[in-house]
Design a binder for this molecule. Structure first.
Ligand code: PGA
Length: 259
């Protein structure tokens, strides 16, 4: 894993946006895996700026989002589809026919999940997958104990995740108990992963994911098995990394010498 520590969330987000933009520039028909939550907001803001001010072109990209709440309509204020429209899709030139977010209202959930996997395969697979990390170590909604080989499916959320996400709802009771989520196995098939972690409440989960054992109890630790992962963290999220100084030296050296 390449661990990149930046002084704050805003610098880290701009750095991540540049990596993503480079993928789109080299491959205009790239398939992007996208995430929701507070973590990627700065990244999306910077991509919107690059589109407006620098003409970054999304007209040929295809996108797949990681997850969506079960029982929530795409237009509902808390839906991840609406979040993506408001924070990214409405402000760039990606055609809506090339955007994929799991459908929380799908009647046949297992069938919908299978079709989602098939759509990813038919698009040629995900070129770069953006990920956040939950304070419990989840990626997407793969909660602790998720199979490291899991595919897109419905998953029950932990109370920790429901509490973390309650800020988007009027009351904790309103937070859905289930979500559709790409599996850990689905995520591991992406050609490249970009995991972002910001804030001190992610420090424990990030250290466990990057430096702990690979275990389903920390689903993000499965990324250790992936050949091409970049972790971009701010200082508070990186605070508990044992090899923090090494990652910083390695980054400084790469920036200086290209190696
Ligand atoms: P957050 O969530 O970005 O809102 O902190 C991250 C996650 O749960 O994956």
């Amino acid at each position: 894993m390449e661990v990149i520590i930046k002084k704050d969330q805003s610098t880290a987000s701009v750095y991540a946006a540049r990596l993503l933009a480079d993928v789109v520039k080299v491959k205009p028909h790239a398939v992007l895996g996208l995430a929701t939550g507070s973590t990627p907001l700065g990244l999306y803001r910077e991509l919107v700026r690059m589109h407006r001010e620098e003409g970054l072109d999304f007209s040929r990209v295809t996108t797949f989002n990681l997850d969506e709440y079960v029982g929530v309509a795409p237009t509902h204020p808390v839906s991840y589809h609406r979040f993506m429209n408001e924070n990214l899709f409405d402000h760039i030139n990606v055609p809506s026919s090339q955007v994929h977010v799991p459908d929380g209202l799908a009647e046949d959930l297992p069938g919908h999940c299978r079709a989602y996997e098939e759509a990813i395969r038919n698009a040629g697979g995900i070129d770069i997958q953006v990920l956040g990390i939950g304070s419990d170590g989840h990626i997407a909604f793969n909660e602790p104990s998720s199979s490291l080989g899991s595919r897109t499916r419905t998953k029950m959320l932990t109370e920790e995740t429901r509490k973390d996400n309650a800020r988007f709802f009027d009351r904790l009771e309103d937070v859905p108990h289930h979500a559709i989520t790409m599996g850990v196995g689905t995520i591991l098939e992406s050609a490249r992963c970009l995991m972002l972690a910001f804030g001190g409440n992610k420090a424990g989960a990030l250290a466990a994911a990057v430096e702990g054992p690979v275990t389903s109890m920390v689903p993000a630790s499965a990324l250790q098995l992936h050949p091409r992962v970049q972790v971009i963290a701010d200082e508070p999220a990186a605070a508990r990394l044992a090899l923090k100084a090494y990652y910083q030296q390695a980054l400084a050296r790469r920036e200086e010498t290209g190696r």
